[in-house]
Ligand binder design. Structure first.
Ligand code: SAM
Length: 326
């Protein structure tokens, strides 16, 4: 027997449940480790103008409860809906493993960047007890359970930060083309610059600390030793992409990105919003201001730590709406 739930289920980022609770500001009920927020008023609803919840690994957009009496019936009920079902946090229940074994397998192999996730829907499910499934056929993340693993390069990049850049570009479904001009602010030691130069882009890397020597010597890379935020867009000139992974207050990054947007000199952005403080003191407002910029999204990447990622491309701006529901 299935029963639709009128609302959204938020899958928290492990370790940052308190941040999600702050964003949800009450109004949620627990389903195991998940947060269910009922629609208010009930469907049909008008989506809020601005997304406001970012500290989540995934959003289950069409949640339902499935009560089952046998493992094979549970698996066939899910299979009848669609092929792809990612299990989540059910390890307490052995029945979860048995149901998962009866579902079509999902590839667990690390992806080689660049890679585009298929358009087919990726569902999610968990067991609330040994007779009850909580599931959703539609989720915000195209990755199973909101997680993507890449084939890592253990030799080339000087840090593992390039993995979050790869994840952001995969979500954006866009990346710099060979010859594109990129500004990489807060570039040292050079993981992002390395990833961009490997795509054939021309990279201006800015930092107060130097790049690692092998990255600085890559084709198309030039380095400017400078405070990135005191560089005016007009001093740099037109660029195709702006990247920023500099450690700074979120509001400082916002002011700088606003200047770039107003200048019309860059259309594509991937920036890390570094957070400080706990759930009572962290800046929850600035990510909302970023998300309110037309064509923008703010996400917690599975490669992010205590930080969020701002993504805006010329294509998402042309679509004219912000892609994440809440
Ligand atoms: C997390 S690291 C960047 C890692 C880099 N993306 C990579 O892939 O290797 C943050 C960098 O921001 C730089 N940074 C902090 N404030 C800056 C500023 N105002 N201007 C330029 N760089 C800055 C720091 O020097 C540091 O190298």
């Amino acid at each position: 027997m299935t029963r639709s739930l009128d609302g959204l289920v938020y899958e928290p980022v492990p370790g940052f449940e308190d941040h999600l609770e702050n964003e949800l500001a009450g109004g949620w009920t627990s389903y195991g480790p998940f947060y269910f927020v009922p629609n208010d008023p009930p469907e049909p609803r008008v989506p809020p103008a601005e997304p406001r919840v970012f500290w989540r690994r995934n959003i289950w957009q069409k949640p339902f409860i499935l009560e089952f009496d046998s493992i094979s019936r549970a698996a066939s009920a899910l299979r009848e809906i669609q092929r792809n079902w990612a299990p989540s946090l059910f390890t307490r229940f052995r029945r979860g493993t048995l149901i998962a074994e009866k579902l079509p397998p999902l590839s667990e192999k690390p992806r080689r960047f660049p890679w585009l996730p298929p358009d087919t829907p990726m569902g999610a499910w968990t067991l609330l007890d040994d007779r009850t499934i909580l599931a959703s056929a539609e989720c915000v993340s195209p990755f199973p359970g909101g997680i993507i693993r890449f084939e890592e390069d253990k030799q080339g990049p000087p840090s593992r930060a390039y993995l979050k850049l790869w994840e952001a570009l995969t979500l954006a479904r866009r990346r710099p083309a060979p010859g594109d001009l990129c500004l990489d602010a807060g570039a040292s030691p050079g993981g992002w610059t390395w990833a961009l130069a490997k795509l054939g882009a021309r990279v201006t890397a800015v930092d107060r600390s130097p790049l690692s020597a092998p990255v600085a010597a890559m084709d198309g890379v030039r380095f400017i030793k400078h405070d990135a935020f005191t560089l005016k867009p007009e001093e740099i000139g037109g660029i195709d992409w702006l990247f920023c992974d500099a450690a700074c207050f979120p509001s400082r990054l916002f002011d700088w990105v606003e200047k770039w947007l107003a200048s019309g000199l860059c259309e594509n952005y991937v920036c890390t919003i570094k957070m400080r403080g706990g759930p009572d003191t962290a800046d929850f407002d600035t990510p909302r201001r970023f998300a309110a910029i037309p064509g923008s999204r703010v996400v917690h990447l599975c490669h992010n730590k205590h930080e969020l990622t701002y993504i805006r491309t010329a294509a998402s701006a042309a679509e004219g709406h912000n892609r994440v529901v809440r």
